[in-house]
Design a binder for this molecule. Sequence first.
Ligand SMILES: NC(=O)c1ccc[n+]([C@@H]2O[C@H](COP(=O)([O-])OP(=O)(O)OC[C@H]3O[C@@H](n4cnc5c(N)ncnc54)[C@H](OP(=O)(O)O)[C@@H]3O)[C@@H](O)[C@H]2O)c1
Length: 333
Amino acid sequence: MKGELSMYQASESRYETIPYHRCGDSGLLLPAVSLGFWHNFGDTASYENMKKLCFTAFDHGITHFDLANNYGPEPGSAEKNLGLILRDELSAYRDELIISTKAGYDMWPGPYGNWGSRKYLIASLDQSLKRLGLDYVDIFYHHRMDPETPLEETMEALAQIVRSGKALYVGLSNYNGEKLSQAEAILKELHCPFIINQNRYSIFDRTIEQNGLKETAAKLHKGIIAFSPLAQGLLTDRYLHGIPEDSRIRTDGRFLKENALTEERLEQIRRLNKLAAERGQTLAEMALAWILRDGVVTSVLIGASRPEQILDNIKALENTHFTEEELRIIDHI
Ligand SMILES: NC(=O)c1ccc[n+]([C@@H]2O[C@H](COP(=O)([O-])OP(=O)(O)OC[C@H]3O[C@@H](n4cnc5c(N)ncnc54)[C@H](OP(=O)(O)O)[C@@H]3O)[C@@H](O)[C@H]2O)c1
């Protein structure tokens, strides 16, 4: 009885904040801002805070939660923790949520816990579903290109996963334009609902503009979801006055390290922050708006260590228009 009383109830106005963008030419609509579980959802993070992040996101229309088999630490713990939240708080909303997960990086010892074999992908998704406590995920991704496994095998595994009912759609992550084209041709022949690419993209990282991914995805009418759109927190006001003790650099330090904050980088951040202020935005808002500026990217996939960051980031959607002059200044910086 007590449990029932404390159970989360979603805000009635949850669909009034965020626009939904069609993912390529598929039937799936994704929120313009999605929430990633790479950091702050592992076993070293606070479970109460995880719940607050999920509730704040969902209360504001962020219907898409993105995971991977290896998110933690420990690997797998982000899925396990979301599984608990889904079971205890969000079960009534399962059909309002798009849950994605991935396999492609090192997950368990031996030759079958990494890369892109059929053996690995199918076993990994079965493990993910157990941790999440779900019968299916909405999107299952191959997490990175595998230079050795035949592309046909990896794509056939994705198609088999959809046929088995364990995923509704599939995606590719960290592919380039050329591999995307090849993979798409195979998936099309297999009638596999491949709809989305997940790649790093930010003012600081333009790789997908250079390796053909952005152009090819648009040409093939596939969606793009941009990860680390804030360059893990660098494209915010977080590091303008030193390194806060509760920042990713200090609390984690595995992927974002202190040496990323060179004097040159800090100067770029200061100048971008000034431009953002002139536009009436925070730097985080401007950095997200910049990604959505031309309508090619379906959703920006943010991380957050506290609920206020989610609220700030949603405000980016109020102004995604840039003048030619602003775009020129950003490129120049
Ligand atoms: N497919 C892949 O290979 C891949 C790789 C990486 C990530 N991803 C996905 O992308 C998601 C997002 O990646 P990310 O966490 O690197 O994204 P990000 O949005 O670039 O960085 C998130 C971090 O920025 C800071 N932040 C966020 N909003 C802020 C705000 N308004 N003001 C100040 N600081 C703010 C927080 O850092 P503090 O902790 O310092 O507060 C937060 O943890 C991941 O969770 C994952 O789902 C996928």
